[in-house]
Design a protein around this ligand. Structure first.
Ligand code: MCA
Ligand code: AMP
Length: 504
């Protein structure tokens, strides 16, 4: 029976001896082996009682088994909910509870610490490690290596990805099979992926970039991936000769450029370098070309929409721009507060419509209605402008968001913790330029009059509550926050004041 996403990505390769994954230790996994492992996991999920439409939340380290769990969720019609491995138990509790996950899969070493949370959320707890270990792997091991794929349509949900907002808690962006499939097809064609490609994969697989852009595009076209646990400069340099393409966040490219081994000879055979998730400095783009002769292809996307625009494969890849809209995606730049498109050259709100745009936020009809217009355009919260020839440039954000090394941090979430600390009257969290991460987190604290904040105690409280990447890397103390006449905190004034805080 048909399951469009599973059939297109995995089902079509059943029995194929072609290479799919190359692990960091050199061990290879063919499509046939991967699909057999997937089937075993699909049986294990079914035995656990997971039914089509049920959510399976996972916080596990990157591994071929972790990827097979994604494929298995798709095969049995479940909704896959991947979670950042850095999230703390209190962050996780929200996602597992809010999604109503029937099953929560974590790393074996974390099971003890997370058991009570899973129980409170009424989710069954299983574990999956990187060495074929864990309770879910054990349940899968002796299952059959084929599984009757559960029928789905393109409108059925395939994944939830949580994304924060400028106010309130994180929202579960509901992605349908059709959302993921249309985007993978469009990108594969535009970027000319084929079964001859070998993608150097060093991104995490709990975000759109590493999972849906990288993995889906490669699986759709029958190529292979060098599947590294994380970005490590020596492994990147060591494996580059075996790859044809790389997808990364801008930090990947600045780190590669910082290494003298990364040169024209090492990259001569490469077909494509793609960058996204955060702005790539035009300067990095130029340095990259001068060093390697390759022009990085920059594209632009979001969790709620997948990819929206891309510089061309053939033709001008323009530094500092994110290229024209994808062939099946409409992008408009509107005058703030209106639905009126602005002419080229004028800066406004970037809005997106197409088969890539998500189905709404899980159980948040009001938030969905705020961001998704009745005519189908999604308000991205990014500010941009079109050139006369249709290239989009992202010039900033109307949403209060920090992007550090490709990870999103919503200041409100950090300020909420800081404001609750003893002796703190209020706080403002901002992103300031950082040479390695693009932006880094700086907190401005306003203490109660006559007190000095206890920074180590504040750091400890923040550390217990928030993933490491969200924690401020620097604290500044001020008597008050700059405010405009409406009383709104002027974060731009703070960003200017601390612009050089992380300069080297
Ligand atoms: C790790 N750390 C970070 C970050 N990553 N701190 C701030 N920002 C980060 N991005 C912290 C760790 O907690 C640790 O803290 C220290 O930095 C070193 O950790 P390590 O694991 O060695 O990190 P790293 O190797 O330096 O990692 C940096 C990285 C990684 C390679 C840039 O963060 C990364 O792979 N980022 C990619 C994110 C991504 O895939 N984004 C796509 C989402 P300490 O030592 O102090 O304890 S956006 C998306 O999907 C949209 C749709 C799109 O358009 O693509
Ligand atoms: P996320 O919510 O994790 O999906 O992050 C999406 C946000 O990342 C977008 O709304 C943009 O602000 C930013 N982003 C992604 N790609 C680019 C890019 N190429 N240039 C500038 N910003 C980008």
């Amino acid at each position: 029976m048909a399951n469009p996403l599973f059939d297109a990505l995995f089902g079509r390769h059943a029995g194929s001896a072609a290479l799919f994954l190359i692990r960091a230790d050199g061990v290879t996994i063919s499509y046939a082996e991967f699909i057999a492992r997937t089937a075993r996991f699909a049986h294990a999920l079914t035995i656990r009682g997971l039914r089509p439409g049920d959510r399976v939340a996972v916080q596990i380290e990157k591994s071929p088994d972790a990827l097979a769990l994604y494929a298995a969720a798709v095969q049995c019609g479940a909704v896959f909910l991947p979670l950042n491995t850095a999230y703390t138990p209190s962050e996780l509790a929200y996602f597992v509870e809010n999604s109503g996950a029937a099953l929560f899969v974590c790393a074996p070493g974390k099971a003890e610490a997370l058991a009570a949370m899973a129980e409170r959320a009424d989710a069954r707890l299983d574990t999956l490690g990187v060495a074929g270990d864990g309770t879910l792997a054990e349940a899968a091991d002796d299952q059959p290596d084929t599984f009757p794929t559960v029928a789905r349509t393109e409108d059925d949900l395939a994944a939830f990805l949580y994304t924060s907002g400028t106010t309130g808690r994180s929202k579960g962006a509901m992605m349908s099979q059709g959302n993921l499939l249309s985007n993978a097809r469009t990108l594969a064609e535009l970027w000319r992926f084929s079964d001859r490609d070998v993608l150097l994969h060093a991104l995490p697989i709990y975000h759109t970039h590493g999972l849906f852009v990288a993995t889906n595009v490669v699986a759709l076209t029958g190529g292979a991936m060098i599947f590294l646990p994380k970005f490590d400069i020596d492994s990147m340099i060591g494996w580059m000769p075996k790859a044809t393409a790389l997808m990364g966040v801008p930090t990947f490219y600045t780190r590669l450029l910082d290494d003298p081994r990364f040169d024209r000879d090492l990259t001569r055979h490469m077909r494509l370098f793609v960058s996204g998730s955060a702005p790539l400095l035009a300067d990095t783009h130029r340095q990259f070309e001068a060093r390697t002769g390759h022009r990085i292809l920059e594209r632009y996307g979001m969790t709620e929409t997948g990819m929206n625009t891309s510089n061309p494969y053939e033709g001008d890849r323009r530094a500092g721009t994110v290229g024209p809209p994808l062939p099946d995606v409409e992008v408009r730049v509107t005058a703030p507060g209106t639905e009126d498109s602005l002419p080229p050259g004028e800066i406004g709100d970037v809005e997106v419509r197409g088969p890539n745009v998500f189905q709404g936020y899980w159980q948040m009809a009001e938030k969905t209605a705020e961001d998704l217009r009745p005519d189908g355009f999604f308000r991205t919260g990014d500010l941009g402008r079109f050139d006369a020839d249709g290239y989009l440039t992202i010039v900033g954000r109307s949403k209060d968001l920090i992007i550090s090394g490709g990870f999103n941090i919503y200041p409100k979430e950090v300020e909420f913790i800081l404001d609750a600390q003893p002796g703190i009257r209020e706080s403002a969290v901002i992103g300031v330029p950082h040479p390695d991460l693009g932006e880094s987190v700086l907190a401005v604290l306003v203490p109660e009059q006559g007190t000095a904040p206890d920074i180590p105690a504040i750091e400890a409280a923040v550390g217990a509550a928030l993933a490491r990447f969200k924690q401020p890397r620097r604290y500044e103390v001020r008597a008050e926050l700059p405010r405009n006449t409406m009383g709104k905190v002027q974060k731009n004034v703070l960003r200017d004041a601390y612009r050089d805080a992380f300069a080297t």
